[in-house]
Design a protein around this ligand. Structure first.
Ligand code: AMP
Length: 121
């Protein structure tokens, strides 16, 4: 599978579709999910053209990998849900078909602002 330049997050990155931006730097863009599942539901996406976490892990530069991980922490701090606030959150990436991924541009969901519960009840 090759990267689809017409996926919705690619369009957001190109500024063709608006988003409710939280944070941006050289490596990542973060914005609120359009259909929030928890009080806080943010998305963090790398700026590079990566389909999913496996594609990213295999192909991204060390700089990009560090940029994404540090970016998640920066967003969590900005939203005041990072671990050092005593609150915390869930970071989750759906990967490909069985993982339930809908948008084929790597994204981490950050769920927080309330107790998010167990993954599997
Ligand atoms: P996933 O199922 O992991 O691929 O998640 C895709 C997420 O993208 C869903 O939670 C959608 O609500 C969200 N989403 C889709 N379109 C937009 C958009 N234009 N702006 C913000 N979030 C979006």
């Amino acid at each position: 599978m090759s990267y689809d330049d017409n996926n919705i997050f690619a369009k957001i990155l190109r500024g063709e579709i608006p988003c409710n931006k939280i944070y941006e730097d050289n490596f990542i863009l973060s914005f609120y999910d359009i259909n929030p599942q928890k009080k806080i539901h943010a998305l963090v996406i790398p700026k590079g053209k990566y389909i999913d976490l496996d594609h990213f892990s295999m192909n991204a530069s060390t700089e990009e990998i560090v940029g994404l991980l540090k970016g998640i922490n920066k967003v969590a701090k900005k939203l005041e849900i990072s671990a050092d606030t005593g609150k915390g959150y869930r970071a989750l990436a759906n990967i490909s078909d069985y993982g339930g991924q809908e948008v084929p541009h790597l994204h981490f969901h950050l769920f927080g602002g309330e107790k998010v519960g167990k993954m599997v009840e």
